[in-house]
Design a binder for this molecule. Structure first.
Ligand code: SF4
Ligand code: SF4
Length: 276
């Protein structure tokens, strides 16, 4: 058995319920595997959100909740003395609240900054996946229980029939860049890659409704979308850094082609289709 959490970022609405549930569970309480979490700051699950797009005609946001990833062969464990960080048989990585005292190097070793340094207790602290509750028979950690939008799924990664295994198989898995090459028990799904968007007009300031916009990548990848009732189009999940030929076609009008690099989320501009 290997416990894990799948984080479907596409479902996260940045409500912070998970963060608050974590505070509720850990502030002011010691457990068998942790000392109390401070009341302010020191998030054991961080909610990273950022704006996407280069032009206010098409701006989107993305949210990436990020607790400790519970790495196999964890970098924080390698930095610890006296086996102060250990992995349980169920895969949960624990910082021993007694042995880790004074070991700031443990907090500094996490590549994603998932460990807070508790100055008052001189202790590195992080998510325990609520191991103390699981050991008492609870079904899932408090953050997962608190999520109202099915963005967090807990379960046994080794069981192919589990909900978590099913969600991971069906989703787009994104390894956090800083943890490249490390197997983790927390898996992020559906972190957006790159989008391109634009608007299509016709003579006399009319918007082009239903125009076909076809994006062809250098490797033969092809994505086709249509303009909506406002003449706008958008293509998501593009390969970052790939160059696309974008052909815009509408019956009765001359087709136009753009050549765009998907290096970042981008509004590529307005295109006018002239009459044939
Ligand atoms: S994400 Fe950071 S704190 Fe968590 S196990 Fe990996 S190295 Fe340690
Ligand atoms: S509770 Fe769920 S939806 Fe709300 S911030 Fe956390 S992961 Fe996102």
């Amino acid at each position: 058995m290997r416990y894990g959490i799948a984080i479907d970022t596409g479902n996260c609405m940045a409500c912070y319920n998970c963060y608050m549930a974590c505070k509720d569970e850990h502030c002011g309480f010691s457990t068998a595997v942790s000392a109390p979490q401070p009341h302010e700051n020191h998030p054991w699950i961080q909610i990273y959100d950022y704006e996407r797009g280069n032009d206010n005609r098409r701006i989107k946001t993305a949210t990436v909740p990020t607790p400790c990833s519970h790495c196999a062969d964890a970098p924080c464990a390698k930095a610890a003395k006296n086996c102060a960080v250990y992995t349980r048989p169920d895969g949960i990585v624990i910082i021993d609240p007694v042995k880790a005292k004074g070991q700031k190097a443990i907090a500094d070793a996490c590549p994603i900054g998932a460990i807070s340094w508790n100055e008052e207790l001189a202790l590195p602290q992080k998510c325990t996946m609520c191991a103390h509750l699981l050991d008492e028979g609870y079904r899932e950690p408090r953050c997962v229980e608190a999520c109202p939008n099915d963005a967090l799924v807990f379960g046994d990664l080794d069981d192919p029939d589990s909900e978590i295994a099913r969600r991971i198989a069906a989703g787009r898995v994104t390894q956090l860049e800083a943890l490249e090459g490390i197997r983790t028990n927390v898996v992020h799904l559906n972190i957006p890659t790159v989008f391109l968007a634009g608007s299509v007009y016709l003579p006399d300031d009319e918007v082009a409704i239903g125009a076909v916009v076809t994006l062809r990548g250098e490797d033969g990848e092809e994505i086709a979308v249509r303009t909506n009732d406002f003449g706008d189009w958008e293509a998501e999940w593009l390969r970052k850094g790939a160059v696309y030929d974008i052909r815009i076609e509408l019956s009765g009008y001359r087709a136009e082609t753009l050549h765009v690099c998907a290096d970042t989320d981008r509004f590529v501009g307005e295109v006018l289709l002239g009459k044939e």
